[in-house]
Design a protein around this ligand. Sequence first.
Ligand code: AMP
Ligand code: ZN
Length: 111
Amino acid sequence: MDTDCIFCKIAAGDLPAKKVYEDDQIMAFFDIHPKASVHLLVIPKKHIATLNDLNTTDSALISKLVLALPEIAKEQKLEGFRVVVNNGPGSGQIVYHLHFHILGGKQIPTF
Ligand code: AMP
Ligand code: ZN
C-alpha cells in the first residue's frame, strides 16, 4: 500500500467509496466526478501506478480484473460500455494507481 494514494485508501476501506464490487484482489466503485451516466472505476487492490509498472507476476491479477469488467457492467445493466485507461504523463492520468474506467449508460460520444 502507498500511504499517499487515494485508491489504496479506498481499497483499504480508509476512504469511503460507492462500491459495486469487491473481492480479495479487485474493487469497483462509482467515479466521484462521472463523465457518463454510468461511470465506474475498477482497480486492483495492489498498488500499481501505471500499466508500465505491471510485470509478469501480475498476469493473473490483470486477467481477473479484465474478466470482471463485463460482469460489473452487466450488474449495472449496461448493454455496451467503453473501457478507458489513462496511462502516464500526457494521457490525462491524475491518480497514479492503475484503474480501468467503465463508461456507459446514455449515449456516450464516440471518437
Ligand atoms: P484518471 O484521470 O484516469 O487518473 O482518473 C481518475 C479518476 O478518479 C477521475 O475520473 C476522478 O473523478 C476519480 N476520482 C478521484 N478521486 C476519487 C474518489 N475519492 N472516489 C471516486 N473517484 C475518484
Ligand atoms: Zn495505490
